[in-house]
Design a protein. Structure first.
Length: 56
């Protein structure tokens, strides 16, 4: 008898593609991954400041 396993994983988050601007990509990376607010991880919901940064 064969036993099968299925690991169903999921992730939540957002993706902001910026293929035409390296500067914008670097600013978003600095804010969300290396900045003091998130310290390398962003597990909480976005606040108004973050939403405005992405919109800009």
């Amino acid at each position: 008898m064969r036993q099968l396993a299925c690991g169903q994983r999921k992730m939540q988050g957002f993706l902001v593609p910026c293929p035409h601007s390296i500067l914008i990509s670097e600013q978003l990376y600095a804010h969300f991954y290396t900045g003091p607010k998130y310290k390398g991880h962003c597990y909480k919901e976005l606040d108004e400041e973050d939403a405005l940064l992405i919109d800009d």
